[in-house]
Design a protein around this ligand. Structure first.
Ligand code: PLP
Length: 397
């Protein structure tokens, strides 16, 4: 009998992602040859612990706060005093004048993005995504009834292919999503890129008579190297919504904390806020976890010790280049996205497995011919993996 279930959801729920496949393979291999001999660069789980202040703050709240309040429901959009603290922190850092009313707290960047797509899009609207991209974007956009439109990657610098964007800016485009610092390339969009993007979106909004929203997905905002400046997008484009998360900057992916920031400069910002809140309600994402709302707001000006990611990047990037790999140098995150040594990135990643190197084919990120290396691992693992990368490269001589 054919299943009466939602087939699309069954498929999503049963399909194992390539990253998960690699992760499972890594566990089997570790049992066989020892975990220290498996170089697992597959998953983007922060390898540095959250700062000590996270546990200290959580313990303080647990010991000192009225438990009925601490473990009780907060406002759907997040506790007002928490949103006050967040607004103050963002204002200090970005010289803005936001208030609690501009923040909607939710379950990490994933839920923040879903709230934006569901809140902004009607069936058939298009959302532009620049390759290489976080693979879940297409799932989230389709889940909101909209259509993802992929702009192929600028593989020279991983900035934006503006010619391709120009062609894609049709009247059906409701939003454009950017992720800088980027997963998987590690690249930060230059100010010139952001300015040009803003001009094009402004012109297209005017031409079609409706705003095209820029959704800025920023879980890696604080993970940047050599004090690279990350342009603050609302300074460049008025219709910007920010999706933020503490998963990476505070090493708290399991606590599921993030927010949507809807600046007052956004056209009809109160209505947009209502739409995002309505989406949160309809998706059941209301009331982000109460304890961690408070902890993240109290520690909002801090980050984990992200220096190790820069050390790993330098070590790996220099070594790979010496071996003949082509790598665009990351400006931040804990990813790099070198070219695979053969056009078929899946075949290349498969050959890497024989050297116990677990790297993810770029096809899933919308950018074939590349592989993603997640170097959020101990520096010693990076160091010991270099011989394996070298042996792999020699297969292609
Ligand atoms: N956006 C990007 C670019 C990511 O890399 C991730 C997670 O890896 C997310 C969003 C989802 O983050 P969160 O754990 O905050 O939901």
């Amino acid at each position: 009998m054919p299943s009466r279930l939602n087939q699309q959801m069954v498929t999503l729920g049963t399909q194992r992602s390539v990253i998960r496949e690699l992760f499972e393979f890594g566990k089997l291999k570790a049992a066989e040859i020892g975990a220290e001999n498996v170089f697992d660069f597959s998953i983007g789980n922060p390898s540095v612990p959250a700062p000590a202040s996270i546990n200290e703050t959580a313990i303080r709240f647990l010991q000192e706060m009225n438990p009925v309040i601490l473990h009780g429901y907060t406002s759907a959009q997040g506790d007002a005093s928490v949103r006050d603290l967040l607004a103050a922190s963002v204002n200090r850092r970005f010289h803005t004048a936001y208030t609690a009313d501009h923040f909607y707290l939710t379950l990490g960047a994933a839920a923040a993005l879903c709230c934006c797509f569901h809140g902004l899009c009607n069936a058939g609207d298009e959302v532009i995504i620049f390759a290489p991209y976080f693979p879940e974007y297409t799932v989230f956009v389709k889940g909101a009834g909209a259509r993802p439109v992929i702009i192929p990657a600028d593989t020279e610098a991983f900035q934006i292919d503006f010619e391709a964007l120009e062609k894609a800016l049709t009247p059906s485009v409701k939003a454009v999503i950017v992720n800088s610092p980027n997963n998987p390339s590690g690249v930060v969009y230059a100010e010139a890129t952001i300015k040009k993007l803003s001009e094009m979106l402004r012109a297209a909004s005017k031409k079609y008579g409706h705003p095209i929203y820029l959704i800025s997905d920023e879980p890696y905002r604080e993970i940047v190297f050599s004090s690279t400046a990350v342009p603050f997008l609302p300074d460049f484009y008025e219709n910007t919504l920010i999706c933020y998360s503490w998963s990476k900057s505070l090493s708290l992916p399991g606590e599921r904390m993030g927010y949507v920031l809807i600046p007052p400069a956004v056209e009809d910002s109160a209505l947009v806020y209502a739409a995002v809140a309505g989406a949160g309600r309809s998706l059941g994402y209301v009331n982000a976890p109460s304890l961690f709302q408070r902890v993240c707001a109290a520690c909002a000006d801090e980050t984990s010790d992200v220096a190790i990611y820069e050390a790993n990047k330098n070590l790996l990037c220099n070594a790979l280049r010496t071996m003949g790999y082509h790598v665009v140098e990351p400006d931040g995150t804990f990813y790099m996205f070198p070219r695979s040594l053969e056009p078929d990135d899946t075949a290349f990643a498969e050959r890497a497995k024989a050297h116990s190197l677990l790297i993810v084919p770029g096809t899933g990120f919308g950018c074939p011919g590349h592989v993603r290396i997640s170097y959020c691992v101990p520096t010693e693992t990076v160091r010991r993996s270099l011989a394996a990368f070298e042996a792999l490269s020699k297969e292609y001589l």
